[in-house]
Ligand binder design. Structure first.
Ligand code: ADP
Ligand code: MG
Length: 208
């Protein structure tokens, strides 16, 4: 839907939110690839702090990836923006400062389509700025769900299973699980699954 609306629009902001493992990065990559099929010049940025799978690419937990430029501050987008770029993708928006909102708004004012993926809530299920503000100013908001690793229903929360209580702790299955409202605890909780074993089990039982 957003793509068709964009055709009739000038600048346009799309936000993709949800818990960890809800497919935000996959959805971001899918939309960017479709823009490439439409022969639109794209550029992708991610916060330098996110080195989980690859320094120079936005990579999903399923290891789908697209080349990206790591930046420290959202304002750096202006230094790298190419004149013919029509679509800007930004992953892990919650790791940027609040000035991401103004940069995104200015990009849209210039007529660009801007797609930002990020966590809407942190490990305590509290709103994780600047994503909530971006949701308010965006033309389109998509809220995704993971699968609760305890009971299998749609998961809206990111359970921290290791580490301290800082708001930012970059990790994957080593520190986080997707959980539903019922099984989420706003404190560090022991992991439900041994992800190394679980991964081997999923691979072993998936038909080729
Ligand atoms: P996000 O960017 O929202 O953290 P990704 O797009 O990187 O999510 O990864 C989504 C992928 O994560 C899924 O396609 C699936 O392979 C994997 N995954 C791992 N754990 C879960 C889970 N509990 N629920 C759903 N997907 C999961
Ligand atoms: Mg992601």
């Amino acid at each position: 839907m957003p793509e068709f609306s964009y055709v009739h629009s000038r600048g346009w902001v799309e936000v993709i939110v949800g818990s960890m493992f809800s497919g935000k990065t996959e959805e971001l990559i899918r939309r960017l690839r479709r823009a490439e099929f439409a022969r639109l010049q794209i550029q992708v940025f991610k916060p330098i702090i996110d080195k989980r799978y690859n320094d120079m690419a936005v990579t999903s937990h399923d290891l789908t990836s697209i080349n990206s430029l790591p930046i420290q501050d959202a304002e750096e987008i202006w230094n790298h923006l190419k004149p013919d770029t029509k679509v800007v993708g930004i992953d892990e928006g919650q790791f940027f400062e609040q000035n991401l909102v103004q940069v995104v708004q200015d990009l849209a004012e210039r007529g660009l389509r801007v797609i930002i993926a990020g966590l809407d809530t942190d490990w305590q299920a509290k709103p994780f700025e600047p994503m909530p503000t971006l949701m308010a100013v965006a033309e389109s908001v998509t809220k995704q769900h993971a699968v609760c690793v305890v009971c299998g229903v749609p998961a809206s929360r990111t359970q921290r299973t290791a580490g301290g209580d800082s708001q930012v702790l970059v990790g994957t299955h080593d520190a986080y699980e997707a959980r539903c409202r019922l099984h989420f605890k706003p404190a560090v909780d022991l992991p439900t699954l041994d992800w190394k074993l679980k991964r081997e089990e999923i691979v072993a039982t998936t038909p080729s």
